[in-house]
Ligand binder design. Structure first.
Ligand SMILES: O=C1O[C@H](COP(=O)(O)O)[C@@H](O)[C@H](O)[C@H]1O
Length: 241
């Protein structure tokens, strides 16, 4: 595990963008495509804007396929739909073709949406193992990642798949990649900043004894890939040296 700490969010996003571009270049060089899983929420908006503007000419974006680590069970035109956030912040700027974006279809019932998403992934990876080049993850202040929330069935899901989960504290369904599927990736990067994440980060990174039910982000531990944390100083303020 590699922990990178930045003074400002601007520095963090610039470095994370360089990292995305570097992995994209390697994947395109090797396989002529880059399979990139996006995180949702608010944290990645500035990064996505930066990629869509400052990094627009740095790689051949037509070789990039975009996926989502999780989705909220809301219509595609709802401001909380992760796909809409990415569309506005990233895809519109890059002019990404629709057939390179793998949205999670929330017109379907959550379980069906999860099944259909897994089918779409299997098709894209042509029946072989689903191994993403890069998965970008966020972490909530309750230590959830993707939509693997504390004390939910997804924490214990041992199948490398896509699943629907009812999150009681939000009184809603989510659709999410499971931790075993995430952990197959070549590269996983967490984007975490702000004081509000400090308590969760202290436990997720700092605790010797794991408690994945309470801190699901502790589940993220790539099998063969690399894990890098991009965090700001505020988020690390409770970490012991
Ligand atoms: O609900 C969600 O939250 C997490 C964390 O979001 P953040 O804005 O606090 O970083 C996010 O990773 C996930 O994709 C999203 O659906």
């Amino acid at each position: 595990m590699n922990l990178l700490i930045y003074k400002t969010l601007e520095e963090l996003n610039q470095d994370l963008a360089d990292y995305v571009i570097k992995i994209a270049e390697m994947a395109i060089e090797e396989n002529d495509r880059f399979n990139f899983v996006l995180t949702g929420g608010n944290s990645p908006k500035a990064l996505y804007n930066f990629l869509a503007t400052e990094c627009k000419d740095r790689i051949d974006w037509e070789k990039v396929y975009f996926f989502f680590g999780d989705e909220r069970n809301v219509p595609a035109d709802d401001a909380n739909y992760n796909g809409l956030m990415a569309k506005k912040a990233l895809f519109e700027g890059l002019g990404t073709a629709e057939d390179h974006i793998f949205y999670i279809d929330t017109n379907l019932a959550p379980e069906k949406a999860a099944i259909e998403y897994k089918k779409a992934l299997d098709k894209h990876f042509e029946g072989s193992d689903i191994v993403f080049d890069l998965i970008l993850l966020g972490m909530g202040d309750d230590a959830h990642t993707a939509s693997i929330f504390p004390h939910t069935s997804l924490v214990k899901d041992e199948e490398a798949t896509v699943a629907a989960v009812f999150v009681e504290k939000l009184n809603t369904y989510r659709i999410s990649l499971t931790a075993p599927l995430i952990n197959k990736a070549e590269n996983i990067a967490f984007l975490v900043f702000g004081e509000g994440k400090a308590e969760a980060l202290k436990h997720v990174i700092g605790d010797e004894q794991k408690d994945v039910d309470t801190y699901p982000s502790q589940l993220i531990d790539p099998i063969d890939g690399k894990l890098t944390w991009f965090v700001d100083e505020a988020a690390t303020k409770l970490l012991e040296n």
